[in-house]
Ligand binder design. Structure first.
Ligand SMILES: Cc1cc2nc3c(=O)[nH]c(=O)nc-3n(C[C@H](O)[C@H](O)[C@H](O)COP(=O)(O)OP(=O)(O)OC[C@H]3O[C@@H](n4cnc5c(N)ncnc54)[C@H](O)[C@@H]3O)c2cc1C
Length: 549
């Protein structure tokens, strides 16, 4: 229990996070019983402000939740018209034909969307059904009941002093109690992390794996724009330094989503994911598309990549983990939104049945059974070996062997069984002395940009007087351990330039944390080789303000 006296409000279900998972759960609960009291709490200044996906949306989740979404005006306006895969080399590219790809890789029937706008629309649907949605309300603590169950959250703490203590202007927030609490915080949720550790939910599963996704919105020359076109690339510039690749999606209004994902299990601590992304845009095929255009937004977010074998147990007393708080991305398809929606629906159905039977505060095991045995499990099981094959044997093996395995899985079997993931991404980092520094070209300010300029295009804002929300377990580790051993990779893996080593003449190096720049991607919480950084939520309303990411 929290020591601070707070007002408490009682609900049937308390939902943390207004992403596709949380909003789907809220909608489904009210569809099943209009009298249920359901609240959704969102740390972004508005619904959608912190949502970042590619995004090509497989509408199967929405079909299951709101079958008449079209007539209700859902913003799915751009059907995918063509699908291209390229292997890039420095000066050219090879098109990989579509026919050898298993059917699951086909984007026919999918839509290029702004998931921020889809979430805004879903929030309207939820509110029409009577769901209470509070944006600008970060959930900073869990509230436990006497039997050790999760019984609620603390939300809306504002105005803490810089050292984290309560001062004259501190608003202590409120406790929101529920018969069940749903954590739909997305990848590496801060409360979800606490629940996974407290109830040992990862035991017996592979470690969760992650990528870092960075994305820009470009407005390009209308003559080059091909509404509905989807392109994925692999290869250059990452080569064998890391797994990953790019996406280029042409949406409406001459806009293009240009994104780049770097798998976070890379070994070389000199790797600079942000600069890999910037460099990628200078490939002749990409440069030709973007030249004459302008970048109008930037953002970054981690993406879960562990898939089927990394999903933790997703229920504990009083609490269920939804969507990417569990990690439900189908990696070769780079799609998780459909599963996030299906998980929200499944959790809602399990909670509805439980509440109808006068239960509360126990484990919603029906939800977990539905996820593992239903559509989500089927979707993820087929592709479970692609990422570990890539990590163990490289890109070519992942294309050949991973492709074959996806085919056999489509037919109902695998010759490989389930390939295990290796170490967690932090432990995958090797010492700097084993690797060569990588020389990145300077951004030209036309196609490529320095980090801080790009961060200004995420409209990120944090109240400066609050405590730093990037907590170091030991303040000495960055300079005493990470700098000599790993050339302090935080300087490079952070896509927002939060971390700096400042070296001034005659003084010892200092580790500086510019938390105001943080875009809430959570990469530091994942990749720090000493696992010394914990991302906790800053006060509500802070962070990026994405337009139509
Ligand atoms: C670069 C990139 C490209 C991608 N491309 C695609 C794609 O093309 N298609 C696709 O289907 N999927 C794609 N994905 C995956 C997809 O984004 C995720 O699967 C999806 O976002 C998961 O939904 P979610 O609801 O679980 O979490 P999220 O969408 O992350 O939503 C979580 C919400 O919870 C809020 N929140 C978190 N913690 C708290 C807290 N403590 N208090 C209050 N609020 C909180 C966040 O602000 C956020 O609004 C991509 C991901 C990335 C990073």
């Amino acid at each position: 229990m929290s020591e601070i006296e707070r007002e408490a409000m009682e609900y049937d279900v308390v939902i943390v996070g207004a992403g596709p998972a949380g909003l789907s759960a809220a909608i489904r609960l009210k569809q099943l019983d209009a009298d249920l009291n359901v609240v959704v709490l969102e740390k972004g200044s508005e619904v959608g402000a912190h949502i970042l996906s590619g995004a090509v949306l497989d509408p199967s989740g929405l079909d299951a939740l709101i079958p008449d979404w079209k007539s209700k005006g859902a913003p799915l306006n751009t059907p995918v018209k063509d699908d291209n895969f390229y292997m890039l080399g420095e000066a050219g590219e090879i098109r990989i034909p579509n026919f050898p790809m298993p059917p699951l890789m086909n984007n026919h029937g999918n839509y290029i969307v702004s998931m921020g706008n889809v979430c805004r629309w879903m929030a309207e649907q939820a509110e029409e059904l009577g769901v209470e949605i509070f944006p600008g309300m970060a959930c900073s603590e869990l509230v436990y009941g006497d039997a050790g169950e999760v019984k609620g959250v603390v939300a809306g703490v504002f105005g803490l002093e810089e050292d984290g203590s309560y001062g004259p202007n501190t608003e202590p927030g409120m406790e929101l109690h529920g018969k069940y609490v749903f954590l739909s915080e997305g990848v590496r949720g801060s409360l979800s992390k606490e629940v996974i550790a407290k109830y040992n939910l990862q035991d017996g599963k592979d470690p969760q794996k992650f990528g870092l996704g960075m994305k820009e919105i470009w407005e390009i020359d209308p003559a080059k724009h091909k509404e509905g076109s989807v392109t994925h690339t692999m290869g250059w510039p990452l080569g064998s330094n890391a797994g990953g690749g790019s996406f280029i999606y042409h949406l409406e209004n001459n806009q293009v989503y240009v994104g780049f994902v770097v798998h976070l299990n890379y070994k070389n601590p000199h790797l600079f994911p942000y600069m890999e992304f910037q460099h990628f845009k200078h490939h002749p095929m990409v440069a030709e598309l973007l030249e004459g255009g302008k970048r109008i937004a930037y953002g970054a977010r981690a993406i879960s990549e562990g898939g089927y074998q990394s999903m933790p147990k997703m229920v504990a007393p009083g609490v269920a983990l939804l969507g990417c708080s569990v990690g439900m991305v189908n990696v070769p398809r780079i799609k998780g939104n459909h599963n996030a929606m299906l998980s929200g629906k499944a959790a809602a159905e399990a909670a509805f049945e439980a509440i109808k039977a006068n239960r509360s505060g126990d484990e919603l095991s029906a939800y977990e059974e539905d996820v593992r045995g239903g559509e989500i499990g089927k979707d993820l099981k087929k592709v479970r070996n692609v990422k570990p094959i890539w990590s163990k044997w490289g890109l070519t093996a992942s294309l050949m062997l991973g492709g074959l395995d996806m085919w056999t899985n489509t037919l109902g079997f695998s010759l490989l069984g389930t390939v295990k993931h290796g170490k967690n991404d932090a432990d995958a980092t090797e010492e700097a002395s084993k690797h060569k520094p990588i020389d990145y070209p300077r951004p030209d300010g036309k196609l490529s940009f320095d980090r801080l300029t790009n961060v200004s295009f995420s409209m990120t804002n944090h109240e400066e007087s609050q405590p730093c929300h990037l907590r170091l377990a030991d303040e000495n580790v960055p300079v005493a351990v990470n700098l000599p051993k790993f050339a302090e990779p935080a300087q490079r893996y952070c896509p927002a330039g939060v971390y700096e080593i400042v070296e001034e003449e005659g003084q010892d190096p200092r580790f500086v944390v510019n938390f105001q720049n943080c875009v809430h991607c959570k990469t530091c919480d994942i990749k720090d080789p000493s696992q010394n950084i914990t991302w906790v939520t800053p006060q509500g309303g802070d962070g990026p303000n994405y337009p139509n990411m």
